[in-house]
Design a protein around this ligand. Structure first.
Ligand SMILES: C[S@@+](CC[C@H](N)C(=O)[O-])C[C@H]1O[C@@H](n2cnc3c(N)ncnc32)[C@H](O)[C@@H]1O
Length: 254
């Protein structure tokens, strides 16, 4: 497990998803796409954070186990949902028997792992035969998607200033890795959200409260200042600031 990644999430756990409910919005879309649970169906949420998927899945009737490598995230999750089964655990080494769960989910987690393909195999191991794995992550820009701000272009431009291994998360071949791990019926769907943002500073604060913060922190100081100034100028030039984002939902059956 990358201690840098987990430390970052530990640092931001108290404000995570509180500035703008970005992960909660995607979590809802993911939960909506899960099949209705049968009696006693068990769901494992890997890298659960503050519960964007776990809490909604429990409300839908699953018996949920939420896991995360960040003690800070698990502490906050337990504070807010004392009766939720939440445990500190590395996604690369799940402390469960084979064939334990009916469904596994992971919201914006798999691409952060040191070895995403091994993480996919580990989830397969703990799923019952026929169980569903549904996980979200970034990916190519979906057809017809239009950015509502210049942030993504700025991230692309400033990536050249990151030190080696700066930023967070590596893309991987999600569909191929699901197939290689033995999942079947694999599909992908793009999910989209749109949130109103009151002002440019709120947008900036939002960037500080999740994994993107590592990108900003890893920039050399003068580039970080330039990045912030250009982002704020871009946002302030707009009549309305809207956080419009997409993610990909990947699904496969064990
Ligand atoms: C972007 S957050 C997503 C949290 C939650 N799934 C959501 O949708 O809001 C990524 C989460 O993955 C956790 N994480 C990162 N590396 C991990 C690992 N190796 N094992 C378990 N959790 C990990 C982080 O602590 C963080 O809570």
């Amino acid at each position: 497990m990358s201690s840098e990644v987990v430390e970052l999430f530990d640092r931001v756990a108290d404000r995570y998803d509180e500035v703008l409910p970005f992960f909660a919005a995607f979590g809802r879309l993911c939960v909506d796409r899960l099949p209705a649970p049968g009696p006693g169906d068990r769901l494992l949420d890997v890298g659960a954070g503050r519960g964007a998927i776990a809490v909604g899945a429990r409300a839908r009737g699953f018996t949920v186990t939420a896991t995360d490598a960040s003690p800070g995230m698990v502490r906050r999750l337990k504070q807010e949902h004392p009766d939720l089964d939440a445990r500190v655990m590395d996604a690369g080494k799940l402390d469960f028997e084979d064939d334990t769960f009916d469904v596994a989910t992971a919201g914006f987690v798999m691409h952060l792992l040191d070895d995403p393909p091994a993480g996919v195999r580990e989830v397969k191991r703990v799923l019952k035969p026929g169980g569903l794995f549904a996980f979200t992550g970034p990916g190519r820009v979906p057809d017809g998607f239009e950015f509502a701000d210049g942030a993504d272009a700025l991230f692309a431009e400033f990536a050249q200033y990151l030190p080696p291994r700066g930023g967070m998360g590596e893309p991987f071949e999600e569909m191929d890795e699901l197939a290689a791990a033995g999942f079947t019926g694999i599909d992908e769907t793009d999910l989209r959200i749109e949130l109103a943002v009151p002002d440019a500073e709120t947008f900036w604060q939002w960037l500080q409260t999740h994994g993107t913060r590592k990108f900003v922190d890893d920039l050399p100081a003068e580039r970080r200042a330039e990045f912030r100034a250009r982002l704020i100028a871009d946002l302030e030039a707009r009549e309305h600031i809207v956080l419009r984002k997409y993610a990909w939902l990947y699904r496969g059956w064990a």
